[in-house]
Design a binder for this molecule. Sequence first.
Ligand code: AP5
Length: 246
Amino acid sequence: MASPLSPDAAGTRHPWYNEAGPASWVNCPMRFALLGPPGAGKGTQADLLASRYGIPKISTGDMLREAARAGTDLGLQAKAYTDHGLLVPDEMILALVRERLARPDSGAGFLLDGFPRTVRQADSLHEMLAQEGLALEAVIDLEVDTEELIRRLSGRRTCPVCERSYHLVGRPPRVPGMCDLSHGALIQRDDDREQVIRERLAEYRRRTAPVLSHYQTQGLLRPVCGQQPADAVTAAIIGQLEKRSN
Ligand code: AP5
């Protein structure tokens, strides 16, 4: 990938860049991942945290839905998997992430929402970052009971314009059926039907749970209880992230 550490065409370096090289970056640029089962609240928290830290949220789920809406080959191929609750093949996801991480705004740090979801994705991410002298600094694991996940997903409504998520009971929009931010009409995602939700949860247990063990072994995993009010979850995540630099 093109290096976010390099000067741009005008010779301007990122403000956090230190001439001595990547190892001496100051102000602790944030590079972390938010994992957890479908409906755990990753997207909700990612929006809040990206805004707090001024770093981009990189959501593979959002990117796939955007590609499907745009009717690209990748988007349409991916939809055949997402509509059945299955993970999209690693090659497709890795191509998307590689391209996204190469953009200059990722140089100050980034928040990965729902990536990596397989051990292969985790290994490839490690290689991509290592090529730039970088590494993932923390992996937040949002923990929520299955019954609560089903309740959240079946009541979720999403804005197809800005991807903000709502809940019919827990987080209703100000005007029923309409996004508070974009004012677009809210929809129910195709993969939020009960049968597909169950398949997504099974796929998570089969293929993403090993990623958590992988990061546990590396000492990067930070479990957070996701089954509390959203602002309490945000505070718990911030506590986990900021304690690493103390
Ligand atoms: P993706 O969009 O990433 O879906 P997901 O991981 O299944 O997660 P969700 O977006 O469903 O839930 P969330 O955890 O973000 O919860 P949210 O904040 O919305 O991926 C979709 C598909 O794309 C995958 O199934 C797969 O096919 C494919 N894909 C994506 N990435 C991939 C990858 N890396 N590799 C391969 N395939 C990939 O909240 C849910 C609901 O709960 C909302 O209604 C919200 O308002 C509510 N809520 C949130 N927080 C709380 C709280 N604290 N208390 C009460 N309610 C809450």
